[in-house]
Design a protein around this ligand. Sequence first.
Ligand SMILES: Cc1cc2nc3c(=O)[nH]c(=O)nc-3n(C[C@H](O)[C@H](O)[C@H](O)COP(=O)(O)OP(=O)(O)OC[C@H]3O[C@@H](n4cnc5c(N)ncnc54)[C@H](O)[C@@H]3O)c2cc1C
Length: 381
Amino acid sequence: MSTAIALALSGHRVRLFERVQKLAEVGAGLQVSANAGHVYAALGMGEALVERSVPPDRWIVRLGLTGEQLTAFELGQPHLELHGFPCCNIHRADLQAILLNRLIAVAPEALHLGREAVTYTEDTNGVTLDLSDGATERGDLLIAADGVRSLIRRQILGPDQAEFSGNNAWRSVIPAERLPDDFMPTDHVAWVGPGRHMVMYWLRNRELMNIVGIVEGETDVEEGWTVRADWREFKADFDGWHSDIQAVIDASDRENCFRWALNLRKPVMNWRTERAILIGDAAHPTLPYIAQGAAAAVEDAAILMRVLAEEAAVPELLERFQSIRAPRAARVVESANRMRRINHMANEGELREAISRSADLFADRDTWLYNYNPMTAPLTP
Ligand SMILES: Cc1cc2nc3c(=O)[nH]c(=O)nc-3n(C[C@H](O)[C@H](O)[C@H](O)COP(=O)(O)OP(=O)(O)OC[C@H]3O[C@@H](n4cnc5c(N)ncnc54)[C@H](O)[C@@H]3O)c2cc1C
């Protein structure tokens, strides 16, 4: 939707084909750092984003078993002052509503729900998209933002499968009244330990606590945001961990406990054919360890909009877009993978040392990740 809004605002006629029949609320949080926030602001959604978000003060890493703080990284006022936009923790449903309202305002006819893209053919004049209902649609350019299991990616890059990352994610959103008073400051807390970690942060004016518990495991879990699982397994996965972790697990809705498999692909540098391009998770799926997968997709939206405003043939513009985006996206993916290896270290001494040696993974985010403004950055790799 971000890309559709960006392109509609710059004068393109956009059609967005989404396979689900109905946009449903996804009950989980999302962190939007300044690098993505600039794009929302430029597309007319900055105020709404800030209004509905909770700005975290710090990103804190604690030992999961004892709660000992290993490191803390500023995300509050310093993030705003350094990068010109606050870090925003928002409920995914709220962000979806903001995007949908904006899309309807700028391109009322663009969204086509219940339309699944299957394949495409291209020629020198344009591209034809085949949909699963048998219809075809014609345009100048096909932008495939169809996620980690992208069908269009298969056509562009061949039949490589998304691989199970070895990580399953528990998630829950807990009403504040089910937690002890003054349960946690307004921080983003990562509790780390052998083979697992848990992230907690507040949403919606601190009315909801977002938790994600990521555990190394088998590939027996289905992928999807709405896969229910047995709460007792969630509890067992964090057995013996700090009392704050027990408090959130105990307060989570036992009948609506969700777990899903996290999938991954190795970074690739080619995302395109002559008139089709992959963006977002379809191009560069990212593990959630540095909270940047969606931010990278939104960076794609901004850079694509800016590159398409230049004078050149479509294939040349796509090549330019990909040469700017692919190296940065690969760095984000690798950075998230590295954080995973550290967060889940089995040996506490090694974990401490790795965290203390990993200044670049935290402080350096201000110098290459959050400080990037895709609306103004030079259009160079
Ligand atoms: C636990 C967890 C926490 C995360 N936290 C953060 C965070 O804090 N910050 C952050 O920036 N990122 C975060 N991410 C990553 C982020 O969720 C993803 O990177 C982001 O959703 C990717 O967006 P996308 O639009 O590329 O793909 P998706 O969100 O997967 O959207 C793809 C869309 O395409 C549709 N679709 C699929 N196939 C077809 C088809 N053939 N035809 C038509 N439509 C189709 C799908 O229905 C879907 O709506 C997190 C991820 C996880 C798992």
